[in-house]
Design a protein around this ligand. Structure first.
Ligand code: ADP
Ligand code: MG
Length: 280
């Protein structure tokens, strides 16, 4: 069964990866500004759902982030901010509104030359969901699909207890803040605690706001709880970009979605329907 799950994930990767030059995504990217590309229904639908999240988040989430110039370095080598001009220029070709879908022909057209799409913030979640669906259809009673931090569960542990997930302290990954049960649903954490830069006393994370070109500010990690890992994956990235206050407000307006945010001061912020039980 594990082999089956892995081949399903490999199948998805070769369809959607922007790194694989043979993938349909690469074909779309090569045809940017030139022509519309017909793709499998599966990829078409994924792009359609990604665009819905872009609208919902007013562009905080945007699969066309992929054309951004990489002007920020998060390896400690940067000593000054990039110029305002170069920051503006870096996001010139980003814009989900220039991704044109034709549902009758299943075609995707990137309007501007040099535009690119990528599924870095939604693909892993999608793959986890598909692997779960496949194993469930094969009659597997219970499991956890963990796509490096993007996970989806079904059933219970062998002893009948719920699957549990730990929320860790971003500044010390060995320390657990809290445990939460996950019942037939997904949990995704976005956050990179090593990759950030500091200018003055401001700490910027490695996720960039595709609307401005500036790194997201103020959050160390975001964990999203919802039915699918795909949505959780996309929303985790979105909340990062939106910032703690706006992000929390946004999640509180969505039914069936909860979040735990750890902000730059290591403060834990939770959405309305989550109660964290401290472990110490
Ligand atoms: P990770 O995969 O590291 O857990 P995320 O799910 O937050 O973290 O995805 C980050 C990746 O998403 C980036 O490496 C990049 O490929 C892509 N990405 C970055 N910013 C955005 C954005 N604003 N909208 C959509 N995708 C993004
Ligand atoms: Mg994500």
């Amino acid at each position: 069964y594990i082999d089956k799950a892995i081949s399903e994930i490999k199948r998805i990767e070769s369809l959607i990866s922007s790194w694989d030059i043979k993938s349909q995504t690469s074909k779309i990217n090569r045809a940017a500004g030139i022509e519309a590309v017909e793709v499998d229904k599966e990829l078409f639908k994924l792009i359609e759902r990604a665009l819905k999240i872009s609208k919902l988040t007013e562009g905080a989430f945007d699969i066309s982030y992929a054309s951004m110039d990489k002007i920020w370095k998060f390896d400690g080598s940067m000593t000054t901010m990039p110029s305002e001009d170069s920051i503006k220029k870096s996001v010139e070709k980003v814009g989900y509104k220039n991704i044109i879908l034709d549902a009758s022909k299943h075609t995707v057209f990137l309007k501007q030359k040099g535009m690119k799409i990528g599924f870095g913030a939604i693909g892993k979640g999608y793959a986890a969901d598909k692997a779960k669906a496949l194993l469930m259809s094969e009659g597997v009673d219970a499991g956890i699909i963990n796509a490096s931090g993007d996970l989806n569960t079904w059933g219970t542990q062998p002893d009948g207890k719920d699957w549990m997930v730990a929320i860790v302290n971003p500044l010390n990954k060995k320390k657990v803040f809290s445990w939460m049960p996950v019942k037939n649903s997904a949990v995704v954490t976005s956050g990179n605690y090593e990759k950030y830069i500091k200018f003055g006393d401001k700490l910027y994370t490695h996720i960039i706001d595709p609307r401005t070109g500036y790194p997201a500010y103020g959050i160390l990690s975001v964990t999203i709880f919802t039915a699918t890992a795909e949505l959780a994956d996309a929303l985790a990235t979105s909340v990062f970009v939106m910032g703690a206050e706006t992000g929390l407000d946004f999640i509180n307006q969505l039914k069936g979605v909860e979040c735990v945010i750890v902000d730059k001061d290591n403060k834990i912020i939770t959405s309305n329907n989550i109660e964290l039980k401290s472990t110490n």
